[in-house]
Design a binder for this molecule. Sequence first.
Ligand code: SAM
Length: 261
Amino acid sequence: MVDLIYIDPPFNTGKRQTRRNVKHVRDDGGDHTGFQGQRYRSEVGESTGYGDAFEDFRGFLEPRLIEAHRVLKSTGSFFLHIDYREVHYAKVWLDGIFGRDHFQNEIIWAYDYGGRSKSRWPAKHDNILWYTKDAKDFTFHHDAMDRIPYMAPGLVGKEKAARGKTPTDVWWHTICSPTGKEKTGYATQKPLGVLKRFINVHTSPGDLVLDFFAGSGTTGHAAGELDRHFWLVDENPQATQIMRERLSGFELEFEDRSDGA
Ligand SMILES: C[S@@+](CC[C@H](N)C(=O)[O-])C[C@H]1O[C@@H](n2cnc3c(N)ncnc32)[C@H](O)[C@@H]1O
């Protein structure tokens, strides 16, 4: 049985999610200047991607939600990472599977990156629904929450301002920067900081964490660094290749089910 399940399924955007990997290589004849005034050129690598459209999103997701509920421990938590296009439908399906009183929070992950629409409010958040297997008895380590700065530190006194405050259900966290040190080049890679917060608060060291839409393996990376076991699944060979490289510092076992076994 599993202590925590986090899934970030294809969002049904109808698009093909792709990201081109761009490397900056030292080259005296390069066309841009970088660190310490040295010249660099950009090299575009292979693009990574997968299809993100479903004729029948419910038919795709619901059987997987039912299985997630089945394999979750009695004190376990389930997180569905989705966005405004599908969250209201998914909430109704999950209420049906877990029970409405087993719904605990809707976490809003807010970021501020990319283009801004001029015809409506730019959508800059994702929605993460949290359900527990038991409505009342579940793992929640309040003391393991990281602390964030007060918005008006001058109003709370020096000691409190230095300690920071605990987060709410709205999490401001930057996206995984395409040039940052965390990036793997995988389209839709989620930030390690968001996953670490879930894993720290909702599991204990030695627990088992499952992600069956694992992509670049962010959930495994966060779990491994926090001394939890992890179990990752993805159907895309590019994702499994990236995971192998990214998680090579942990003890890993691979199973290939591409033959449908
Ligand atoms: C939004 S991405 C996950 C990104 C991931 N959270 C990360 O941080 O890299 C969704 C993933 O679901 C995978 N996927 C789509 N359909 C699947 C299926 N039927 N079984 C397993 N994985 C699937 C895609 O290959 C993709 O890697």
